[in-house]
Structures are given as structure tokens and as C-alpha cells.
Design a protein around this ligand. Structure first.
Ligand code: AMP
Ligand code: AMP
Length: 340
């Protein structure tokens, strides 16, 4: 039987690191946090890291990777990996990596992501190939836009071209139907060890200034010329109407099943993932994105969510659930099953 003391849990100090490292310690692992110099304070203050490795920037991960390999560290990816290291480089990581690396390509390429979700029979917002086809409210998303900064809305081709003037030259964008409804982000966990899909919780994002515009009258918005932006600043927990849960389980399972057929991602998706979408007044759930890893929307649930509380008689964050998956894999000599 493998021993968890032979391994360390490692991640970058940002995004969901507090939760991941705390969860790993709760399961009995030693932890390493790689921090950008000057940004280590939270990881020291909250006592989640047994060791802190300082780098000038996260992209320097590869300079210290050998040390991680020597300690048999298992790296837990999160949103800052792709944002600061890049999907291609993450693929070339030689340290042990939790999750299927090939999935990253399907998640970070808009066309591939859509194909995957369509195969899973999920409702998606309509996509417009050309601005000239715009016949309803749409949201224009630039690919490089970190955390929803620099998106804009339009109602017609004329409005599109007027607003687009500010972005001339940046033609890496998508035009998506704007769904009027409430945002709901669904957090899942699928373990290969027991072949079971769990619903871990839900959140909505707290975005500046989209979430503050409603605080001032429409006339003031127009007078001051305020434009909607979606810069992520935090997350708000949600409990969903219970009768929506069967649908939530069904679409999550469809996504897992469809992932087994994705080229280059052999074995399919496992571990935490999230479907991000809008529920309209007819209770249709339109999914505009999938994150094939832990999302920051699980951060309110460091001590478990109402849903994990139903299933576990102990606090179970998504970070801890990952550590438990790894622990069970090590102790049943199946570690390869959770690495990719
Ligand atoms: P950060 O390390 O905070 O810069 O985040 C890395 C990536 O994850 C960025 O692309 C962010 O947009 C995304 N991200 C960070 N925090 C959150 C959050 N609370 N909710 C959703 N996305 C987030
Ligand atoms: P994203 O960067 O794709 O996660 O989108 C940022 C924010 O834009 C989301 O949290 C939503 O508030 C909003 N949003 C994105 N796509 C749509 C859509 N198709 N319809 C309505 N709102 C959307």
C-alpha cells in the first residue's frame, strides 16, 4: 500500500491555493506553495503551507520544477496555471500533475469547447460568425480578456461597429447571444476511483461593474456614460431551487461521458470541473463555458457547502475532495489513475 507521506501537494499561491492546501493538510499531506515574491503573506498567515518557494513570477515554475519532482510533489492545477504559465507549457510539465492535461486544449479553445458541450447535448448560447448577422442582444468576448475585462454588449451590427472602434486590430473575439437570466456556476467532482459524479455546490460571480450598475438609476447610467464590464472581484454562494438538481446531475454526467471521446484527452475528464451559464425565466440553463479544473467559485466553501454537507459528515471543500481522491489513489496503489 502506497503512503501519502511519500508525496507532497503543490500549487501556485493564488486563485484556490488556500483551499487546496488546507484540504490537503486535512487529509494528512504535507504541502508546498509556490508564491510570487511579495505575495506570500496569505499563505503564511493562514498556515496552509509547510513550505513556501518564492519565485519572481509564476512562469518561473520550470526553474524550480526539479525540486518538486525530487520531493514527489503532486501539482494541483487551477485558474492561475493557464493564465500565467499557459496551456501549452502546462502540458509539458514533468512533475506529477493531477488531472488529464489533454483536456486543457479542449477547454481553452473556444471551438473545441463548443464541440464538446454540443456532444454532451447541452444548451449553448447562439454564436454569430459575423457581426453583420447580429439580430438580438449579444456579448462580445475578447480571447485574451482576463476575468471578463473588456467585454462589450451590442444589439445590432451598427452598434457592434461603433463600439468595436475602440478595439480595432484585436480580431480574436467571439460574438455570443446575450442570455437574459441569472448566472449560475455549477461545481462538480467526478472521481475515476468510484466512477461517481458529485455536485459540490454553486456560485455566482461578483463582477465590477456589472454587479453595481443596478444601484444607480438608468438615467444616471446614461448621463455618466457607464459601460458594463465584468471584472471578477469575488464569488457569492448560491443554493439552487431543488427541482433543478436532476437536470444539474444529468448535464454534468453528459459532460463526463462526452469527454471520454475527446481526441488527445484519453481517459476523459476527472476531478473538479464547473459549468458556467445563465438560467432564463423558462428555467433553461444556457452554458457558455466549462472549466475543467477547480474554480474559484468553490472558495466560499472552505468548510464545505450545503451540498457536500448532505453527503459527507465532515467539512469537505473541493480542495479537500481532490486530496482525498489522491489519497485513495495512493493507498490503493492506483496513483496513475489520477495523474495525467
Ligand atoms: P488570479 O490569480 O487571481 O489572477 O486568477 C487567475 C485566473 O483565474 C484569472 O484568469 C481570473 O480571471 C480567474 N479567476 C480568479 N479569481 C476568480 C474568481 N474568484 N472567480 C472566477 N474566476 C477567477
Ligand atoms: P466569462 O468570462 O465568459 O466567464 O463571462 C464573464 C461574465 O459575462 C459572466 O459571468 C456573465 O455575467 C456574463 N456573460 C458571459 N456570457 C454571457 C452570455 N452568453 N449571456 C449573458 N451573460 C453572459
Amino acid at each position: 500500500m502506497g503512503n501519502i507521506k511519500d508525496h507532497k501537494i503543490v500549487t501556485l499561491g493564488s486563485h484556490t491555493a488556500l483551499q487546496i492546501l488546507k484540504g490537503a493538510k486535512e487529509e494528512g499531506f504535507e504541502t508546498i506553495c509556490i508564491c510570487e515574491r511579495g505575495k506570500e503573506k496569505p499563505y503564511i498567515s493562514y498556515g496552509v503551507a509547510d513550505e513556501i518557494i518564492l519565485v519572481d513570477k509564476f512562469a518561473d515554475f520550470f526553474k524550480i520544477e526539479q525540486g518538486i519532482i525530487d520531493q514527489k510533489g503532486i501539482v494541483i492545477p487551477h485558474g492561475s496555471f493557464v493564465a500565467y504559465i499557459g496551456a501549452e507549457k502546462v502540458k509539458n510539465m514533468e512533475a506529477m500533475h493531477y488531472g488529464t492535461k489533454g483536456i486543457l486544449e479542449w477547454e481553452s479553445d473556444r471551438t473545441k469547447e463548443r464541440e464538446w458541450l454540443q456532444n454532451a447535448k447541452i444548451k449553448l448560447p447562439k454564436v454569430f460568425e459575423s457581426p453583420d448577422d447580429i439580430d438580438r442582444p449579444v456579448i462580445i468576448k475578447f480571447h485574451g480578456a482576463h476575468g471578463g475585462q473588456g467585454y462589450f454588449l451590442a444589439n445590432s451590427p451598427e452598434e457592434f461597429y461603433e463600439r468595436y472602434k475602440e478595439y480595432q486590430g484585436d480580431d480574436d473575439y467571439a460574438i455570443q447571444e446575450y442570455i437574459v437570466g441569472v448566472p449560475v456556476y455549477s461545481h462538480y467532482f467526478y472521481s475515476r476511483l468510484n466512477d461517481e459524479l458529485e455536485v459540490m455546490g454553486f456560485d455566482k460571480r461578483y463582477e465590477s461593474n456589472a454587479d453595481s450598475i443596478g444601484r444607480i438609476a438608468a438615467k444616471d447610467q446614461v448621463d455618466v456614460g457607464i459601460r458594463t464590464t465584468y471584472t471578477i472581484t469575488g464569488n457569492v454562494p448560491i443554493v439552487l431551487r431543488e427541482s433543478l438538481l436532476p437536470m444539474i446531475f444529468e448535464i454534468g454526467q453528459n459532460v463526463v461521458d462526452a469527454s471520454r471521446k475527446l481526441k488527445g484527452a484519453e481517459g476523459g475528464l476527472f476531478g473538479p470541473f464547473c459549468l458556467e451559464g445563465i438560467i432564463d425565466p423558462q428555467l433553461n440553463y444556457y452554458v457558455f463555458e466549462i472549466s475543467a479544473r477547480i474554480v474559484a467559485g468553490t472558495n466560499p466553501y472552505v468548510h464545505g457547502s450545503p451540498y457536500t454537507w448532505l453527503r459527507y459528515d465532515e467539512p469537505m471543500s473541493t480542495g479537500r475532495r481532490i486530496a482525498r481522491d489522491i489519497k485513495e489513489a495512493i493507498e490503493s496503489d492506483n496513483l496513475q489513475k489520477v495523474l495525467g
